[in-house]
Design a protein around this ligand. Structure first.
Ligand code: NAD
Length: 354
């Protein structure tokens, strides 16, 4: 199988790509020193859990199928109890960012080998970052021990992603790369990785939409997810991620769709202050202004464009703009409440960025 490497130093992670890789999970688990593996999925993906339990045979220590968005700590505690009762020393997180988040939350609480089988493009499997929710309050932390030890990208697993989710999840991944390009702590290596990730989606995504079962194109987009996720773990994020976080928290919006709607607008907002940094995006996606270029790409793929269509009330925009401008963080361009309010209006209306 194809094993990728980057110029990023200091990441101790086994990463492999290939159709049918999930059938070899027992071998990878053993190589990583795992003896008893607890399988994690969402309720929606419990069938995948059953299939993996069969593949793991005697190494399977059970299935926990209650992973949920935003990693609620009560679910983590329940999973931890299963883990302890089963005497598991490893988890196999088979799913998107929510399931991989549960694996990380368990690794925070117990010494574990973590194996990830990503089924979306969100990229959490590449980062040492964990967001958890307790009593409705989300907090984010970063610790190298949270990064999964083994990541197996099996393109067959993303063929079941419905086309709308394929598109929003891919744009969610691309957002990591776009913001990495103007990050304060970027390096030549992170720039190269970000461009590599964007290129993989630029080339792979139209082919996936033409034929969602095209394994070659799916693998290309998974390589994009890997590059974008890895770069997310290397540099600080700015306006786009903070605004999506605020919107998600304040209005309980779906993660990937929110990213897909906001990205062209946040990029346009930052463009005057990061013209050189964002030039590769404009060039790759073929417009003079990178936000417009991303808008054209997203709409050509049928991505959602409007917060209104997500059910956001226009009267909430003032509150979100105030919240987003409240907590200061580094961004290439000054963040003003009026500026964010205007950005949100366009995202709510579903009109092109300016
Ligand atoms: P998700 O994991 O929440 O999945 C959404 C739904 O899609 C679930 O019901 C899931 O079972 C289903 N699904 C997933 N893959 C599927 C497939 N191949 N076929 C059919 N259905 C499938 O979605 P996500 O967007 O991957 O993850 C979002 C979460 O991940 C958010 O909470 C976000 O904060 C977190 N995240 C964290 C990081 C990090 O570095 N810590 C990075 C990105 C995202």
């Amino acid at each position: 199988h194809d094993v990728l490497d980057s110029d990023i130093q200091g990441i101790d992670q086994t990463v492999a790509f290939g159709a049918g890789l999930r059938h070899h999970v027992r071998k990878y688990a053993a190589q990583a020193g795992a003896i008893r593996v607890l399988i994690l999925t969402t309720p929606h993906q419990s069938d995948l859990g059953l299939e993996l339990a069969e593949t793991l045979g005697g190494s399977a220590a059970g299935i926990f199928s209650k992973a949920a968005m935003h990693t609620p700590t009560d679910i983590t505690e329940e999973a931890l109890q299963h883990l302890n009762e089963a005497g598991a020393d490893a988890v196999l997180s088979a799913g998107g960012g929510s399931t991989i988040g549960l694996g990380k939350a368990l690794a925070l609480r117990a010494p574990l080998v973590q194996i990830a089988l990503p089924t979306t493009y969100a990229g959490s499997e590449c980062t040492p970052i964990l967001g958890q929710t307790e009593n409705g309050v989300k907090s984010t932390m970063s610790d190298p021990k949270l990064r999964p030890d083994v990541v197996l990208y099996d393109p067959e697993l993303v063929t079941t992603l419905p086309v709308p989710m394929t598109v929003t999840s891919a744009i969610n991944a691309m957002a990591h790369a776009v913001e990495a390009l103007y990050a304060k702590d970027r390096t030549e290596a992170t720039d190269a990785l970000a461009v590599q990730g964007l290129k993989a989606f630029h080339e792979g995504l139209p082919a996936v939409l033409e034929d969602p079962s095209d394994l070659h194109a799916r693998e290309e987009t998974q390589k994009g997810a890997w590059a974008c996720g890895t770069v997310l773990g290397q540099v600080g994020m700015a306006l786009h991620h903070k605004l999506c976080h605020t919107l998600g928290g304040a209005l309980n919006l779906p993660h990937a769709e929110t990213h897909a709607i906001i990205l062209p607008h946040a990029t346009s907002y930052n463009w005057p202050a990061a013209q050189t940094e964002l030039a590769p995006v404009a060039k790759m996606f073929g417009a003079e202004e990178p936000g417009e270029a991303l808008w054209n790409f997203a709409t050509s793929l049928g991505a959602p464009t409007s917060l209104q269509a997500l059910g956001v009330a226009e009267t909430d925009l003032d509150r979100v703009a105030a919240l987003a401008a409240q907590n200061p963080y580094w961004n290439p361009r000054d963040i003003t409440q009026d500026g964010i309010r205007a950005l949100l209006q366009r995202a709510w209306d579903g009109t092109a960025p300016q």
